[in-house]
Design a protein around this ligand. Structure first.
Ligand code: ZN
Length: 221
């Protein structure tokens, strides 16, 4: 079996990606980055998801983005209610570049040529590092930057949810047996992982269940 590194945040999207990687026959090494997010309940969720969906291992790497701040998720800035124009304050500066870089390093150590992430460019918050051009550019970088890229099989960055709606993601997850009740998407979740129901992440997630015609198993506060 081929090894793959899958970035797992604890949210619904990356849970579905993990299940998709398993369904494609990969031996999955789940990676979560503790970047100083407002709560750790999403990391608890990531550990749960990795176990439930059969990851071979789950690693949490600490990269303290709170020390640079600049986001409602990593600084003393309130998380807004859903809506509003432009790139929202929940954008974490360079987060996906940093997380994919950690995944790239671990992939090289494991001899994995495949990295999976859950970025989505349809029902999303407008973050620049969720766009298809970004994923393509990061893959080019990965192949320039590593021994695996220069001498080995090369690195492929998979973003299988890129062009799916939230409803599509829900349907895919249901088909693959993902227990969405184990996942936490809310930016303001409490210590137990209960969702606020009002933030952008909650709104996108709730709409996805409605549009898919699937009962919403989210634990709300
Ligand atoms: Zn929320």
């Amino acid at each position: 079996m081929k090894n793959a590194v899958v970035l797992v945040s604890g949210g619904m999207d990356s849970a579905v990606v993990l299940a998709m990687a398993r369904a494609q026959g990969f031996n999955v090494y789940a990676l979560s980055v503790q970047y100083g997010q407002r709560h750790t309940s999403e990391l608890d969720a990531a550990a749960r998801v990795a176990k439930e969906l059969g990851a071979a291992a789950h690693k949490v790497v600490n990269v303290d983005l709170r020390s640079i701040g600049g986001s409602a998720l990593t600084d003393d800035i309130d998380v807004p209610e859903a809506g509003g124009a432009g790139i929202p304050v929940t954008y974490v500066p360079a987060r996906n570049t940093i997380m994919l870089s950690v995944a790239l390093g671990w992939a090289e150590v494991l001899g994995a040529a495949d990295i999976f992430c859950g970025v989505n460019a349809v029902d999303y918050s407008g973050y620049p590092d969720c766009r298809p051009d970004f994923i393509e550019a990061f893959q080019a970088l990965a192949n320039l930057a590593t021994k695996a890229g220069v001498e080995g099989a090369g690195i492929k960055v998979h973003a299988p949810l890129q062009f799916l709606s939230k409803a599509d993601i829900v349907r895919e997850g249901v088909a693959l047996g993902v227990d969405f009740g184990s996942t936490v998407s809310c930016y303001n979740a409490d210590a137990a992982g209960k969702a606020c129901g009002h933030c952008d992440a909650c709104r996108l997630r709730a709409d996805g269940f409605v549009d898919a015609g699937v009962a919403d198993p989210t634990h709300y506060a």
